[in-house]
Design a protein around this ligand. Sequence first.
Ligand SMILES: Cc1ncc(COP(=O)(O)O)c(C=O)c1O
Length: 460
Amino acid sequence: MGLSKTFSASDVSVHSTYASRYIRDKPAKYKIPENSTPKEVAYQVINDELMLDGKPRLNLASFVTTWMEPECDKLIMDSLNKNYVDMDEYPVTTELQNRCVNMIADLFNAPHKESDEAATGTGTVGSSEAIMLAGLAFKRKWQIKRKAEGKPYDKPNIVTGANVQVCWEKFARYFEVELKEVKVREDYYIMDPAKAVEMVDENTICVAAILGSTYNGEFEDVKLLNDLLLEKNKQTGWDTPIHVDAASGGFIAPFLYPELEWDFRLPLVKSINVSGHKYGLVYAGIGWIIWRSKEDLPEDLIFHINYLGAEQPTFTLNFSKGSSQIIAQYYQLIRQGFEGYRNIMENCHNNAMVLKAGLEKTERFKILSKDIGVPVVAFSLKDTSRYNEHMVSEHLRRFGWIVPAYSMPEDAKHVALLRVVIREDFSCTLAERLVFDVTHVLNELDRQAATAVNGSKCVY
Ligand SMILES: Cc1ncc(COP(=O)(O)O)c(C=O)c1O
């Protein structure tokens, strides 16, 4: 009688993955394993470990889209194997990206195609890449002008608020541009336009305003900045331009506040970035940069490459990238239309108001976000003598909620806050549920604080 095979040597496909030796093996961490692993085991092992990640839809820290319609998921899956840079091979994908650029430029009130100024732009991996490209274009334009005037061109700077997102600091460090930050202060957490204009000098390549501060969602006053800067430019003879970082607000303001002037309606606004993967309603991996006109993008930054059969103009930091996100953006633009985006943004705003009202009702929080802005609710504890925002954040994790606690920028660093980003898939039910759980956490922390005090008196 033959011996049956030992179970570790037998074909894994006839056993449960959990009956195989692979479950006893430590995961490969430092070296590619010597032998192959059956595909169902590889899947199971990775999937099991990933269970310990947070749930994306309960990740209220992020502006980035966590839900899309199954029809769009299908388009994304169908195009996962297309490299966007192969434009000659995938001309329709290129055409879809160009249509997205046209539509977003129009949404931002770019001068019309028929006029002398015709907007131009490109898809990027996100707002960070878009900002790198915008910053480079400003730097190059300024350098060209300074060279032509015979003036030094080695000390460029950008004026921003201290509340800028970290990608601006990255740009400044990587591309050797000084970041001159307007300080924020308690109860004023965005860039003050008057102070920004005061800081502008002949080396300023642009002033960067934010439509939707990362900290509390507040819109900066781009119109006032434009008016003050026009005046300064008139007095000095400079022509300092404005860039608007509309990473989050670019898909909010046109739908909820169409009369608000923050975009190409203002003459000094030369470029705008927006994250398609935030309120553009696409999964992570897509951003957009739009220039008011071709003149605002120096020609020598555009690469005309001959690749796989045709000449292609490109202006991106990366070469290869996936096509899916561009296709998904086009899906959202035509699927939602203006009407759909407006309805979704209105819902987000209303749900933010429900959450804000619920938090106010507890009488324990000060609200630091504004009703007009990106739909986020930023709030801090009125009384931090017994516990702080970080402890509230930690306790909320037990219920599955991911609500970050962090500090305001320099000069208001003593202000800590919690921030909830309201996305499309955060319903009124979830808003009410979150208030319920926050209240629960507060009661629990109150009890623990009381026990600590009483405990020290040895009452038990
Ligand atoms: C105002 C602002 N700018 C830029 C960024 C960076 O955007 P992305 O994540 O698309 O690179 C963010 C991200 O939150 C942001 O809030």
